[in-house]
Design a protein around this ligand. Structure first.
Ligand code: GDP
Ligand code: MG
Length: 598
């Protein structure tokens, strides 16, 4: 198809504003799928995503649309992931488009992720088409929300589309707007091949499937290709598009979006954001903006039942095939046995991986508190990167420690600026700017130690601003910090999996809070459990869990067997996530308790 009849676009929205539902309607409207093949929320591949209402993997679907002008257009609908951890992936998906539908719930209005996504779209010079969704709701106030979009985003809403994805209202208008208002792609078919990779995943039958936007040149079956950051050459065996089913073609040309398969086994060869070119006539340069995404947050993952160790390793190996940003290596803990140190992009990424391991692979896991990577300089002039508190050398051997800082942009309504500043100050933030945007929005910029952010910053920010703040951050640099290791001891033994690296100024308070929290979490046992917090050899707090006095079953007056059974079963449930640490049974929660103090 000629370039003038192609349109590449995304849908951007705050979570729950109706992105997936609208995508389904658009696919139906263009007749791409038959009823029997219709599935709810077609773009969301995994059950988990559906339940969480977020889309992790970006995908693209090619649709043919017969417009009112009598021409048939090729529409490429590119899906974007929806959370701060994945903003880089969002940005790459948007870089493959010329425009986006900005979906706003007509009863809720502009929210945090609406803005974060708008900025990513503007960074990529996209044409935005405002769509007010859910106009079927009695609480919808499209006129007020239109005004809000004008005020906050500065976007003209005079030709915003009124829609209800649920009722199928306004879908035709949306498609006409796409055709009329989103520019056709530029680029030259004659120029050397440059294809932007915006997604890739491993398919057990076909190897790595790479989603690309062809910016210049064309991509054919049989061509030899390589990526700028990859090391190997590969021969293209298939090119094509999804409609949403895989359809092979001979050639994808400038302006098109589709997939490439080239017998690639290793997803590291074709990372998101990199550029593919051909080996015989290579482009001189990659496309803009390739940024390697590195894990920023680390945590230990251990099977509750040590017999599941091999299963956990197999599962991680499978997940890594599809997720170049996940890393893992063997680790062992005196308290928890054998497990893996895993690296994640952020906290949501971590939660998603944990949940997938448990749900899709049926594993029962204990996870340790998330941490960042510290640069530990020793007194002999050496430097080691440490991502696990237990690896911190003896304090006497440490000259100084450096920790990663980020620069965080936080957008929130005026009313919450005070709370945001208080929170950032509490987290050792350094204020850089406060900028008023529109009539009631503020952008607050802080430099923050990432260590404080991985603890519980995002949740704290959300609760301080009733969910209205959006956070966007970038790695800044390593800076020296007064950091110490805080240990927790149970009945005199240090529990390695509970150790933390914290700032010296807050170590005492953290230690006391943590010991108190542990007392609440650790259930009574047959004997007394002493909980201590220590910095080096110095005990800074102590709490005691008293011994259990009577048998719980005694309450059941002997006779009632079913009640007894129920109680025992309930206890068994509760035990599933218990870990035997020495003689003490410690629940999973204890390992994450650090997130809830300080
Ligand atoms: P996403 O998180 O942006 O992908 O949102 P979803 O498409 O998953 O929709 C979130 C919820 O809003 C679901 O319960 C949908 O059924 C509902 N929803 C989506 N569009 C509409 C609409 O136009 N009207 C109404 N009443 N509900 C809608
Ligand atoms: Mg969705």
């Amino acid at each position: 198809m000629q370039r003038e009849f192609k349109r590449n676009f995304s849908i951007i929205a705050h979570i729950d504003h109706g992105k997936s539902t609208l995508a389904d309607r658009i696919i139906e409207f263009t007749g791409a799928i038959q009823d029997r093949e219709k599935k709810d929320q077609l773009l969301d591949r995994m059950d988990l995503e559906r339940e969480r209402g977020i889309t992790i993997k970006a995908q693209a679907i090619t649709l043919n649309y017969l417009a009112q002008d009598g021409n048939t257009y090729e529409l490429n609908l590119i899906d974007t992931p929806g959370h701060v951890d994945f903003s880089y992936e969002v940005s790459r998906s948007l870089a493959a488009c010329e425009g986006a539908l900005l979906v706003v719930d007509a009863s809720q209005g502009v929210e945090a992720q609406t803005l974060a996504n708008v900025y990513l779209a503007l960074d990529n010079d996209l044409e935005l088409i405002p769509v007010l969704n859910k106009i079927d709701l009695p609480s919808a106030e499209p006129e007020r929300i239109k005004q809000q979009i004008e005020d906050i985003i500065g976007l003209d809403t005079s030709d915003a589309v009124m829609a209800s994805a649920k009722e199928g209202i306004g879908i035709g208008d949306i498609l006409e707007a796409v055709v009329q208002r989103i520019p056709s792609p530029e680029g030259s078919e004659e120029a050397p091949l440059q294809a932007l990779i915006f997604d890739s995943w491993f398919d057990p039958y076909q190897g790595v499937i790479i989603m690309v936007r062809i910016v210049n040149g064309s991509l054919r079956k049989g061509m030899r290709i390589r990526s700028f950051k990859g090391r190997k050459e590969h021969e293209v065996t298939h090119v094509g598009y999804f409609d949403p089913f895989q359809q092979d073609v001979d050639c994808l040309s400038a302006g098109s979006v589709g997939f490439v398969i080239a017998g690639i086994k290793d997803i590291q060869e074709v990372k998101v954001g990199d550029t593919i070119t051909r080996c015989d006539h290579p482009a001189k340069q990659p496309l803009d903006g390739y940024k390697e995404v590195k894990p920023m947050v680390f945590s230990g993952l251990y099977p509750v039942d040590s017999a599941e160790y091999d299963d956990l390793r197999d599962a991680l190996e499978k997940l890594v095939l599809n997720d170049a940003s996940l890393s893992f290596e063997l680790e062992s803990s005196a308290a928890l046995g054998f497990g893996f140190r895993c690296g994640f992009l952020g906290l949501l990424h971590m939660e998603i991986i944990q949940e997938r391991l448990e749900r899709e692979y049926n594993l029962n896991l204990i996870t340790t508190a998330p941490t960042v990577t510290y640069a530990v300089h020793d007194i002999h002039g050496g430097c080691t990167m440490v991502d696990n508190p237990t690896q911190l050398p003896d304090p006497q051997l440490i000259d100084h420690i450096e920790e990663p800082y980020i620069v965080a942009n936080i957008m929130c309504p005026n009313d919450y600026v005070g709370q945001v500043i208080t929170l950032c100050q509490m987290k050792r933030g350094i204020q850089k700017a406060i900028q008023y945007i529109g009539s009631d929005r503020v952008m607050v910029t802080y430099e923050l130690p990432l260590n404080e952010v991985v603890m519980d910053f995002y949740d704290a920010l959300k609760s301080a601003t009733r969910g209205y703040a959006s956070l966007d951050y970038d790695f800044l640099e390593y800076r020296p910090g007064k950091l110490v290791k805080l240990d927790i001891l149970l009945n005199g033994d240090t529990v390695d999996a509970l150790s933390l690296i914290v700032h010296a100024d807050s170590a005492y308070a953290r230690g006391r809070d943590l010991a108190a929290k542990m007392r609440e979490i650790i259930p009574r046992q047959m004997f007394e459990v002493a909980i201590q917090a220590a910095i080096g050899n110095k005990i800074i707090a102590r709490e005691t869990v008293k011994a259990m006095r009577k048998n719980v079953l005694a309450k059941c007056y002997g006779g009632d067997i079913t009640r007894k059974k129920k109680l025992l079963e309930k206890q068994k449930e509760g035990k599933k996530r218990m870990k035997q640490v020495g003689a003490v049974e410690v629940p999973q929660e204890a390992f994450m308790a650090v997130l809830r103090v300080g």
